[in-house]
Design a protein around this ligand. Structure first.
Ligand code: UD1
Ligand code: MG
Length: 452
């Protein structure tokens, strides 16, 4: 039987090796902070209570934690004296919790819910402690998992404290641990710091639990899943692993990615069935693409909704608030921001549509600009259903073009246009018959005279 779960997320590390103004755990993978990923994992596996341990002065980390998980409690670890000390920073939460305790590192963002369920499942099978381990290609500085003949865990030895024989062990500690103990604080409080680093190691809980008669289990996962991020190279590696997973998932769900390795998805990208994505497409956060839509090469989308059957790109940019109805066409070098386009509307070439709306089946000609900004305020442009905006028109907001109206090419429209009207704003065409022929003849004669 599973019990209420308190998840403690350790996020106190400054991450000096990132060489960044930003605390390490706020660096992003697929558009979401590493802390955000880990909080989502904790919430996804049913963490009933969440505690996040941050370092002193890490207000941005606190804010991010509370934005992602408003029910979380944030604790400050004043001095970083080791992972056990970090967990104990959440003492108050642990003391007030009757149930299981689960520890995650905020800089280990790729763990899957399935793996966590396996780990917590060990507690249901009677383990007092379960550790997530992996076979390391290069065990390096990881803690080594020392197992008994029956496969249970006897101890974790940190690399710096390990004998040569122990260092040869490739089975390593990911840092993720779950406890089912009557009094976890009794165990945590008994952990000392008599070791090579002089730190309070959470890993020492294993030997203590064993000594108390409890069973410690190991659950294995792939090394990639427990990649810890300490430097920018690992951040990029984590991003690559995350993207590979997300692309595979999208394809499994019926999305065509012509060159999957060139498509960049965000943590919350939603792609419908039979969506086709051409090479070199980037999704920022907040994009939904409905069934059968096509995103052509080299497009950038963020905070946008693309309706079923719509066509976007090549080289299109959809910014936050771009809402495209069914079968809308947004073509090359068109930027859309905070504009809703009704079903069947088209803007196929070289336009900026910012702040407004375009009715269904309206046609926005090449080079149309919604002049939405006067240097101080933003204003809206409303184009009615079935309207036709001729090429190279500037619609100076605030302005409304009625349903079915026509705008002559090259117009600068500053006043509202009634439905079904034609609005033209340009000087009348002046034509001089025969002028070009006369001009050419005269110039040719002049040139010939000079040449002599
Ligand atoms: C830890 C494990 C090691 C494991 C490795 C996996 C211990 C003693 N060792 O070692 O067995 O193989 O992770 O990556 O647990 N933290 C705090 N406060 C502290 C110390 C750490 O919040 O005082 C946080 C860090 O921000 C980090 C995590 O705990 O998110 C792990 O700490 P770190 O110092 O990286 O431990 P490792 O030496 O990598
Ligand atoms: Mg580490």
């Amino acid at each position: 039987m599973s019990r209420p779960l308190l998840t403690v997320i350790l996020a106190a590390g400054k991450g000096t090796r990132m060489r960044s103004e930003l605390p390490k755990v706020l660096h992003r993978i697929a558009g979401r902070s590493m802390l955000g990923h880990v909080l989502a994992l904790a919430q996804g596996v049913g963490g009933d209570r969440l505690a996040v341990v941050v370092g002193p002065g890490m207000e941005a980390v606190r804010a991010e934690a509370l934005a992602a998980a408003p029910q979380a409690t944030v604790f400050v670890q004043e001095n970083q004296r080791g992972t056990a000390d970090a967990v104990l920073a959440a003492r108050e939460a642990i003391a007030g919790h009757a149930g299981d305790l689960f520890v995650l590192f905020a800089d280990t963002p790729l763990i899957t819910p399935e793996t966590v369920r396996k780990l917590l499942g060990e507690l249901d099978r009677g383990a007092a402690l379960a550790v997530l381990g992996f076979e390391a290609r290069d065990p390096g500085s990881y803690g080594r998992l020392l197992t008994a003949a029956d496969g249970t865990l006897e101890a974790i030895r940190e690399a710096k404290d390990a004998s040569e024989a122990e260092r040869a062990v490739r089975l390593c500690n990911s840092g993720v641990m779950a406890f089912r103990l009557d009094a976890p604080l009794d165990v945590l409080d008994r952990i000392g710091n008599d070791n090579a680093k002089g730190e309070f190691y959470l890993t020492d809980a294993v030997a203590l639990v064993r000594a108390g008669g409890g069973r410690a289990a190991v659950v294995l996962c792939d090394e990639d899943e427990v990649l810890g991020v300490n430097a920018r190279g690992e951040l990029a590696q984590a991003e690559a692993l995350w993207q590979r997973r997300a692309r595979a998932r999208a394809m499994a769900e019926g999305v065509t990615l012509i060159a999957p390795e060139t498509v960049w998805l965000a943590f919350d990208t939603v792609l419908g069935r039979d969506v086709v994505i051409e090479p070199n497409v980037f999704f920022g956060p907040g994009v939904r693409v409905d069934d059968g839509a096509e995103i052509k090469a080299n497009s950038h989308l963020e905070g946008a909704h693309v309706g079923a059957g719509a066509r976007v790109g090549p080289f299109a940019r959809l910014r936050p608030g771009a809402v495209l109805g069914r079968d809308v066409h947004i073509g090359n070098f068109v930027e859309v921001k905070n504009v809703a386009l009704g079903d069947g509307a088209k803007a196929n070439h070289l336009s900026y549509l910012g702040d407004g709306s375009v009715g269904s089946n309206a046609n926005i000609g090449a080079g149309t600009i919604f002049c939405n900004y006067d240097g101080f305020f933003k204003h809206r442009t409303e184009v009615g259903a079935g309207a036709f905006v001729g090429s190279n028109s500037a619609l100076v907001a605030p302005v409304k073009i009625g349903d079915g109206a026509y705008i002559g090419s090259g117009s600068v429209i500053t006043k509202d246009v009634a439905a079904d009207s034609l609005a033209l704003e340009r000087s009348a065409q002046d034509e001089r018959p025969g002028w070009a022929l006369k001009f050419r003849t005269m110039m040719a004669r002049r040139k010939a005279a000079k040449g002599k």
